[in-house]
Design a protein around this ligand. Structure first.
Ligand SMILES: [Fe+2]
Length: 455
């Protein structure tokens, strides 16, 4: 909070007002709690007076909240975009050794405090001459928290381990893989004559942030009890709602008209409910049908491998296409993640197509052709030329488009990875359910929750 940032201060002011409202404190009682001079709270919650760390510490001491609850996020974008040039990435280069040998060269690419991406360009420094997962030259990691989408360039061997099974997958340019947290993996090069590197686009999504902090306090046993496994299926969800509602099988039978014997089979998971039964169960429990449906997943050994050769390819828009997309690795358990290889066909800003999404967007310029990035922020159009190796982050709902810089040159190639942040459907539905003016106050609480005049 040392560099002046009025927008940050305004967000801090709004959080302080929101927290005081939640605790049913007006200005006078908040001042008394926080040891502030009478008449000063209004200045803090209007943003006239900056909220400092000492005040946050005091609030976290006397109120049942955390310093973090009163700390807003930093916006490090410019016009809703953050661009990292290839030479800035090169300047971040560091070589890390494993077992005494140089193993990877890492380079940062575009990151922002607004999104959970930690995307790295990584070059494989360890050559191998076989595709054996037990090759001693392969130095495994211990796995890591973040989800990992990986795009392969050149003759890279990918290794992954799940339970006790170790697998080597020889990859080619354009292949990709999506992987779950904490699965050990590694990468080597099958050749020293050609470039062998990956774009390792890791991200935390909703696993980092509040959920992790909550479970760190609740502890291991609670986390194990909270987990829902693919094997648990719909029955595990049904059982957890019966517990949550303190409803017996007999009471559920009374409410649904299904027999207690049949319900016991469903609760044990020996049979899955039919669509009609699921609707009856949802109604009886006062929940939505979707709450009784576990996510699908296509992971095998914790990963989904997508070969370039067998990937879906399509033109966008279908008539007079501006792009040719290739769908890269992803999983149904992460419906809000989209990975696309984008061939830019558009030759001018007039014949390009605008892309917009609720997701955060990351892009990296592949190949050897530059590309023009156009985007709109707060009603204005902006443009930057991106060179191969340049990367960028764009906020959700920022319309963007690409155009070739040279209409005669081959199409430019851009890797796009879109992810959700914390604004998942639950939150989006809640925003949609707010009365008029509610969203504005949620984003930036600017008032006491009642009027002193009593109207
Ligand atoms: Fe990794």
């Amino acid at each position: 909070m040392s560099v002046p940032d009025p927008a940050f201060d305004r967000r801090a002011a709004a959080l302080l007002r929101a927290a005081a409202n939640d605790l049913k404190r007006d200005d006078t009682t908040a001042e008394a709690d926080l040891g502030l001079a009478p008449g000063t709270f209004a200045g803090l919650t209007s943003g006239e007076q900056p909220v400092d760390l000492a005040l946050l510490g005091r609030a976290a001491e006397v109120w049942p909240l955390n310093e973090r609850d009163l700390l807003p996020g930093h916006d490090d974008t410019s016009r809703r975009v953050r661009i990292m040039r290839a030479k800035e990435s090169e300047a971040s280069s560091r070589v890390l050794a494993r077992g005494g040998d140089d193993y990877y060269e890492y380079r940062d690419t575009a990151m922002s405090r607004v999104a959970s991406y930690r995307p790295e360009w990584i070059r494989m420094l360890q050559p191998v001459d076989d595709n054996d997962a037990d090759n001693p030259a392969v130095r495994w990691n211990r796995g890591h928290l973040l989800y990992q989408f990986t795009y392969f360039v050149g003759p890279v061997n990918y290794y992954y381990r799940w339970q006790d099974r170790s697998v080597c997958v020889p990859m080619e340019t354009g292949d990709s893989v999506w992987g779950l947290p904490f699965a050990p993996h590694s990468f080597t090069a099958r050749s020293t004559d050609e470039p062998a590197y990956i774009l390792a686009l890791t991200y935390g999504g909703d696993l980092v942030g509040d959920a992790q902090r909550e479970l760190a306090i609740l502890g291991n046993a609670a986390a194990h009890q909270a987990k829902l496994t693919p094997e648990g299926g719909p029955a595990a969800l049904l059982r957890s709602f019966l517990q949550a509602r303190a409803v017996t099988v007999e009471e559920l039978a009374r409410r649904t008209g299904l027999s207690a014997e049949h319900l016991a089979v469903l609760v044990d998971g020996d049979r899955q409910p039919t669509g009609t039964e699921r609707a009856q169960l949802a109604e009886a429990l006062g929940i939505s049908e979707r709450d009784l449906l576990p996510p699908s997943t296509g992971t095998d050994g914790g990963v989904v491998v997508q070969r370039s050769a067998t990937a879906h390819r399509w033109h966008y828009p279908a008539d007079s296409p501006a792009y040719r997309f290739t769908q890269l690795a992803g999983d149904a358990s992460h419906p809000h993640t989209t990975a696309l290889e984008t061939e830019v066909l558009a030759r001018s800003a007039e014949d390009t197509a605008w892309l917009s999404t609720y997701q955060h967007s990351y892009l990296y310029v592949l190949g050897d052709q530059p590309v023009r990035l156009l985007w709109e922020a707060d009603g204005e159009r902006h443009e930057e030329e991106l060179q191969p190796g340049d990367s960028a982050y764009l906020m959700p709902e920022v319309p963007l488009s690409f155009v070739r810089t040279d209409p005669e040159a081959p199409p430019a190639q851009v890797l796009l990875l879109r992810i959700a942040g914390a604004v998942l459907p639950e939150v989006r539905h809640a925003l949609g359910a707010m009365p008029e003016g509610g969203i504005e106050r949620y984003v930036n609480e600017d008032r006491l929750w009642y009027s002193k005049e009593g109207n």
